[in-house]
Design a protein around this ligand. Structure first.
Ligand code: KIV
Ligand code: NA
Length: 265
């Protein structure tokens, strides 16, 4: 079994093999994803929405991210595990950013961290990488900045924001990031970034001309049923499927069908 490293991802880009990435927040789901052959698992701060029910990614804490990451790492044999640095743990000063990333790496045994932003956080990125910790960048719609954006609409449609994104992408590569996520930006801009950068560029709502794709697992499984942006392809209606199973169990308990003779001691 091949184990995915940042080096392997770089080779995949070089030979044109697309990188498949999904989110995971717990041991059981990580095991299924890993045994399915996923290349990269992201312990996303989308856990704040999907696992905890918050309306944004801002409230989740470093301790909570580490708890999710520990479970995921225990479920994985093959995939590269990347952990999101939560809001407030890396923006202010690079020393705190380094301390936060060291906690993630030590306490969860994950393989890498991801953080949002370009020039604004570049000192933090540099300091974390200088400690030997691989960093994945994230540009475009960066959900930790929702209060600045005011909307989850497509980013970088205007020339100025597109030029800044392009500059930030190069800056992150030059600083030593091993990969970059681009979220919800025009496909032509994402393709240009993937073309100009040597490191793998993973898209979500960024079109097909990038080096890989990422989705939130609960979204692609149809567990979160209200969220349906254009870029989301659903592979299952798991909300309905699980509801059927739960309703079946409830009915069997009420009707005294469960447990039967063979299901007791
Ligand atoms: O937290 C998350 O799930 C993410 C992906 C959408 C890239 O950052
Ligand atoms: Na995230």
């Amino acid at each position: 079994v091949r184990v995915v490293t940042t080096h392997v991802l770089q080779e995949m880009k070089t030979r044109g093999e697309k990188i498949a990435m999904l989110t995971a927040y717990d041991y059981s789901m990580a095991r299924i994803l890993d045994e399915s052959g996923i290349d990269v698992l992201l312990v996303g701060d989308s856990a704040s929405n999907v696992m905890a029910g918050h309306v944004s990614t801002l409230p989740i804490t470093l301790d909570q991210m580490i708890y999710h990451a520990c479970g995921v790492v225990r479920g994985v044999n093959r995939a590269l595990v990347v952990v999101d640095m939560p809001f407030g743990t890396y923006q202010g000063n690079s020393k705190e950013a380094l301390a936060s990333s060291i906690r993630i790496m030590k306490e969860s045994a994950a393989d890498a961290v991801k953080l949002e932003g370009g020039s604004e956080v570049i000192e933090s990125v540099a300091r974390i990488i200088s400690a030997g910790i691989p960093v994945m960048g994230h540009l475009g719609l960066t959900p930790q900045s929702i209060h600045k954006f005011g909307t989850y609409a497509v980013r970088a449609k205007e020339e100025a924001e597109a030029m800044k994104l392009l500059k930030d992408a190069h800056l992150l590569e030059e600083t030593g990031c091993f990969a970059l996520v681009l979220e919800k930006i025009p496909a032509t801009l994402a393709a240009q970034v993937a073309n100009e950068l040597k490191i793998p560029v993973i898209g979500i709502g960024a079109g097909g001309n990038v080096d890989g794709q990422v989705l939130v697992t609960h979204d692609m499984l149809g567990i979160t049923k209200e969220f349906s942006p254009r870029f989301l392809r659903r592979y299952h209606n798991l909300f309905e499927e699980m509801q059927k199973a739960f309703q079946g169990y409830i009915a069997d308990v009420k009707s005294k069908d469960f447990p039967n003779e063979k299901e007791q001691y």
